[in-house]
Design a protein around this ligand. Structure first.
Ligand SMILES: NC(=O)C1=CN([C@@H]2O[C@H](COP(=O)(O)OP(=O)(O)OC[C@H]3O[C@@H](n4cnc5c(N)ncnc54)[C@H](O)[C@@H]3O)[C@@H](O)[C@H]2O)C=CC1
Ligand SMILES: O=C(O)CCC(=O)C(=O)O
Length: 350
């Protein structure tokens, strides 16, 4: 990867490569855009197969956060961080050392919990820096509200595609039953949806089967199910040229960040197949909305009002895409870029 060429093209302001010897830690913090406010984005811990894979992930995730904030109308910028490590090897020292790197940015980057990082881990990061969110008992952590946002987005998509926002009796396939996916299963069950689930961890699938009468399928069987909605809630890059042709669901509405392996190509393929794709950074904005509200002084009513915008924003995006004959991904990008430009102009004028 040509690093400077890539960051210029993607629009990043700063990429910080973090290393300490004792404890041994390797992490990357990417700040995409701070023109609307400090960069917010959670920290992911993952045993990446290569440094390039970690870098690619953090660059895409941080850019997605800029668009996510704009679509959610939240005055913050986009950032994200990845710690390259095995989840089995997490230590207090690792999170404390990472916290010192976050502190060194003096509030340009504010972080929280993503894949393989728990609220308890975030408390360890907080020992070294105050620039963390998602530890408040008051707001309940970002995952349940992210799942609520996905549910709202799914209702918008079902209304647009099938004519009614009713989820009762619809078949929904959920991939990934972690913090977000398991909450989503609960809400879908409460709405009367029929659940099909998969995870690489059998204890998670067993729990969903027991609690919500979900039908369990193998990880590679989830794509081809004859369902109404496919909800990817595991890792990114899971919609690619080999599995998209298998998808029968007319709607894709899930929480995972960076679902499309190749955004331009795969959003086009989905559109040509008549599949309505909910852009990930719009439908999964609930976590950001939650931690932002936590940062400014948590007010549940205000947070839920902002969360409900996900429904309207998605309907607006679907409308733009239909009218302009573009993909929903391109429509969301347009909407976000317009909002960012307007906010920048307003800031200059003030
Ligand atoms: N936690 C939050 O509030 C937010 C999360 N997201 C995104 O949503 C996704 C899920 O986040 P969390 O639930 O917090 O993560 P998590 O780590 O708690 O859950 C992910 C689950 O996916 C499973 N999984 C991994 N690979 C799989 C595969 N190939 N097939 C089936 N299952 C697989 C894992 O075993 C795990 O149970 C991530 O992409 C994250 O970036 C986005 C916005 C906010
Ligand atoms: O939890 C956070 O810090 C912000 C939310 C986030 O990172 C995400 O939506 O991916």
């Amino acid at each position: 990867m040509q690093l400077f060429e890539t960051v210029k093209e993607m629009g990043h302001e700063q990429v910080l490569f973090c290393h300490s010897k004792d404890p041994d830690i390797t992490a990357i913090i990417a700040i995409h855009d701070t023109s609307l406010g400090p960069a917010m984005g959670a920290t992911r811990l993952f045993p990446y197969v290569s440094e390039e894979a970690a870098l690619k992930d953090v660059l895409r995730l941080s850019r997605g956060m800029t668009y996510k904030a704009a679509c959610a109308n939240i005055p913050v910028g986009g950032g994200k961080a990845v710690i390259i490590a095995n989840p089995q090897e997490k230590t207090d020292g690792l999170f404390e050392a990472y916290g010192r790197f976050v502190e060194s940015l003096q509030g340009r980057f504010i972080t929280g919990q993503d894949v393989n990082v728990t609220p308890q881990d975030v408390r360890k990061i907080r020992r070294q820096t105050s620039y963390v969110v998602g530890t408040s008992e008051k707001s309940g952590g970002p995952a349940p509200i992210t799942a609520q946002g996905v549910l709202l987005g799914m209702k918008a998509a079902v209304k647009f595609k099938l004519g009614s926002q009713e989820l009762n009796g619809l078949k929904v396939a959920v991939q990934g039953l972690g913090n977000v996916g398991s909450n989503l299963c609960q809400y879908l069950y409460e709405q009367g949806a029929e659940l099909y689930v998969t995870d690489v961890r059998s204890e998670r699938t067993e729990q969903m089967e027991r609690l919500y009468n979900a039908r369990v399928v193998a990880p590679d069987e989830i794509y081809a199910l004859d369902v109404d909605v496919f909800s990817p809630c595991a890792m990114g890059g899971i919609l690619n040229s080999s599995n998209i042709p298998l998808i029968k669901a007319p709607i894709i509405a899930g929480a995972a960040n960076n679902q499309l392996e190749n955004e331009q190509l795969h959003s086009q393929v989905l559109t040509s197949m008549g599949i309505l794709y909910c852009p990930d950074y719009v439908i999964n904005g609930g976590g950001l909305i939650n931690v932002y509200n936590e940062m400014i002084g948590y007010d549940e009513v205000k947070a839920f009002k902002q969360l409900h915008n996900i429904y309207d924003t998605l309907l607006e995006i679907f409308g733009i895409a239909q009218k302009q004959e573009i993909t929903t991904f391109a429509a969301s990008q347009r909407l976000a870029e317009e909002r960012i430009s307007k906010a920048k102009l307003k800031a200059i004028a003030a």
